[in-house]
Every structure is written in C-alpha cells, then in structure tokens.
Design a protein around this ligand. Structure first.
Ligand code: HAM
Length: 416
C-alpha cells in the first residue's frame, strides 16, 4: 500500500510556511494591542461539548465531526472549531471569576469532514478570538475593527465586511414563526437540506446558496424589521462605532451562519478570488452559550479567520536565505570552523554549514538554491594560513580575511 496524506489534509511545506508565520506574527502583534491573550485548549474534547456547544442540528455536528471512542470507550471529537473548547476552559478554570471583559485568542488546526476543494480542507487552521463578559455593542465593534486592521496590516484591501443581526431570545421566536408561516406553503421548492432545516432551524434557509431556495426567500419577511428595540439599538450603535473607526460594512440580511449559537450580531469578511470559499473570517455574538455549557450567565462574542484562505491570497514573501554559507573543504577545516559557526548562530547569525565531503561546485549550487548571499570558503591552503575567503555570490567579488574575524564579519563589509 502506498502511504499518502489523508484526503483533505495538507502538508505545510517551505517556502509557504513563511507566509503562515508572517500571518501568525501579524495576528499576535495586533491582538496584543487590543488586549488579547493566548489560550490553547486541546484538540480533543468530549463529544458532548460540541453537540451542546455548536448545536445538535448544525451541519458540523450532524455530518462533519471526526468522532471516535478512545481505548477507554469514551466518545471524543477532534475540535471542528475553537469556541466551544475556549469556553469549556474558561468555565473549568474559573477564569470568569476575575473582573471582565476577558479576551483570548487561539491559533491551531480544526477538523471537519467536508468535501475538499480550493480553500476548503478537512484539517484547516483558524486564528480564533473570543471576547467574554461584555454585553455592549462597543465589543462587537471592537472585534470587527480588529479584523479590519488585521486585513489592512496584511495588505488585503479587497475585502468586505458583511453584518447582520439575528435578534435575541425575546424577538427571534416570533420571527421564526412568521418565517415558518411563509416557508411552509413553499417548501416543495426548497432543496432537501432546507426542507430539513424547516423543522430544526428555519433561519438557516435564508442563507442557503442554492438558487431555487434564494428565489423562494427573496420575498421572505425581513428579519431586520422584526428585531426588538434593544436589538435594533445594539445593532445601530455597533454600526455607528464602526463608522467612527472608519470601517466600512455592508448590511447582509441573509447572513445567518452555520453555527447555532449566534444571537444579535453576526458578521463575515469575504473577499479575494477564492470562488465559493470566499469567507475569510466569520463570527458573532453568542450570549447564553457560556451558561448553556455550565458557566455563569455571561455574554460573549468572537470570530475565526481561516489561515489557509488568507495564505492563498497573499503574495509569496521575498526569498531570505541564510546570511552565509560556510564551505569547509575537508575534515580539518570543518573542525576549525565548527566552534566559530556555533558561536555565530548563538549570536543570531543565520549560517549554513554543510558537513565536509561535498565538492565546492555542489556547495555553490546549494547556496544558490537557498538564496545565500555569501559563501565563506576554507580549504587546506587557507587553513594553513588561518585565513578565509568570503565571496559575494551576487557580484562575484571576494576578499580574504583572518579566520577569527569571521565572528565579527558583517554582510555589508563584503558588498563592495
Ligand atoms: P466558521 O465560519 O465555521 O466559524 O469558520 C471561520 C472561518 O474558518 C471561515 O470563514 C473560513 O475562513 C475558515 N474555515 C471554515 N471551514 C473551513 C474549511 N473546511 N477549510 C478551510 N477553512 C475553513 C467558526 O468556526 C466560529 N467558531 C467562529 C467564531 C468564534 N464565532 C464566535 N467565535
């Protein structure tokens, strides 16, 4: 049997890894400015956390989870998203006891058994943020402003922020009934998924991407018009704070999203040339969820950004190979240079030093592949004289310096 990677799971290979680190670094830098700390829950959780947290009737729980019994017979699931695990950790470690609000971010792999395509994998990575214990619209605005600054920092200007309100425990039930009264007489025109959604979560019919469903819901009662005055005030304050920060957004009344926990604000950032998988980030408010998972009745909201999708949109980073390759031609030269190179690395110099035994020609080919700017060559002759030749591979200019001077050698010294 030929062993291959599992379908929908990709190796991250150089040089793409550099884009990933660049994205993560940008996130860590910016999120720290907004007061977010890192919280890393495990990848495996008890299955019940997700059925309760994400929602029993979501596509994720119904058909996309990697669930198995461990050797002790316990049902475990590889996290399909981060929110449920972060909240479980928040409750279990009593982080809620300290005065809020609390802000956490998580970076890591998530697992969903979806049909793989461009921008959609079975193991994918999210940068996830949660802001807990703050009911006010300024928090909704703050996380969206943070995403907007993040996209800007990465140079992604061609993106749009879509915003909606789903109402709350007070106003949504009445809207749900109104929507059902509209949809039931038309149910034969809906796709099989939406016919099923009618009984479990009719609001999801609103954001079905299938054309026939879209035509049916064109004339559906408006959710925006049905929300209560408190939800309306929350929504308009969120919008005015976004405007104050200069963040553009578009009202998207169909934006319901695929997770059951949202209340009031939902949002997505879409953009780029990613075809159907153009959602770069999505999130919303989920007041009530912390209590449902056994914690205090504190509100919360958050979002997650898809790392693979961002990486697809960003241009490759310019090559940046090691500062220097040290070419020791022979065992004796290698031994003499070995401690010097280790000291240079301790001093944060990026130095490549292949083991002895290769020809100078093959070493130079390697230097070319790595994008190394300079090569330092020591053969028997140089060794006898305690000298080293440093060659600028771009200009071909070379000069000879004392061996020990290698330690204080600077890139610029040899550029002329
Ligand atoms: P989500 O919309 O399911 O939300 O996922 C967020 C983002 O993860 C998507 O916009 C997309 O960029 C990326 N993503 C999702 N599935 C895949 C996939 N199969 N392959 C590649 N990328 C994918 C959540 O997960 C919520 N937990 C977000 C949240 C946090 N809401 C509140 N707090």
């Amino acid at each position: 049997m030929k062993i291959q990677a599992v379908r929908g799971m990709k190796d991250l290979l150089p040089p793409e890894d550099r884009i990933w680190r660049h994205i993560e670094r940008a996130a860590r830098e910016l999120f720290a400015c907004f007061g977010f700390d890192e919280l890393c829950p495990p990848i495996l959780e008890h299955t019940g956390l997700f059925t309760r947290g994400v929602g029993e009737n979501t596509d994720i729980v119904e058909k996309e989870m990697y669930t198995f019994n461990d050797r002790g017979g316990e049902s475990l699931t590889m996290r399909p998203e981060a929110t449920a695990g972060v909240l479980r950790a928040y409750i279990e470690n009593k982080l809620h006891a300290a005065p809020g609000p609390h802000k956490f971010f998580t970076v890591g792999p998530m697992f969903r058994y979806e049909r793989p395509q461009k921008g959609r994998l079975r193991q994918f990575h999210q940068i996830n943020c949660e802001l807990l214990d703050d009911p006010g619209p300024h928090s909704d605005a703050e996380v969206m402003i943070m995403i907007s600054q993040f996209m800007e920092k990465l140079g992604l200007n061609n993106v749009s922020l879509l915003l909606n309100s789903l109402g709350c425990r007070v106003c949504r039930p009445a809207y749900r009934e109104k929507l059902l009264a509209f949809l039931i007489p038309r149910q034969n025109s809906l796709c099989p998924d939406c016919q099923r959604r009618l009984t479990v979560n009719p609001l999801r019919v609103l954001d079905c991407k299938i054309q026939s469903c879209r035509e049916v819901t064109e004339e559906a009662p408006s959710l925006m018009e049905a929300i209560c005055p408190e939800c309306r005030a929350h929504f308009s304050r969120t919008g005015s704070l976004l405007a104050l920060a200069g963040v553009d957004f578009r009202l998207q009344p169909r934006l319901v999203r695929g997770l059951d926990y949202y209340q009031r604000t939902t949002f997505e950032v879409i953009g780029g040339d990613l075809g159907a998988q153009n959602a770069l980030a999505g999130g919303g408010r989920y007041d009530g969820l912390i209590a449902r998972l056994g914690g205090p009745d504190q509100p919360g909201l958050g979002f997650a950004i898809g790392l693979e999708r961002l990486a697809l949109l960003l241009p490759p980073l310019p090559e940046s190979g090691p500062d220097l390759m040290v070419a020791a031609l022979g065992e004796a030269a290698y031994e003499r240079l070995f401690p010097l190179v280790m000291t240079m690395r301790r001093n944060k110099r990026q130095v490549d030093m292949p083991a002895p035994g290769k020809s100078l020609k093959s070493l130079l080919r390697r230097a070319d592949r790595l994008g190394t700017g300079f090569v330092a060559i020591v053969g028997d002759h140089e060794l006898a004289e305690e000298k080293i030749i440093i060659k600028n591979l771009q200009t071909g200019v070379q000069k000879t310096i004392g061996l020990q001077a290698l330690l204080s050698w600077q890139l610029l010294e040899t550029t002329d």
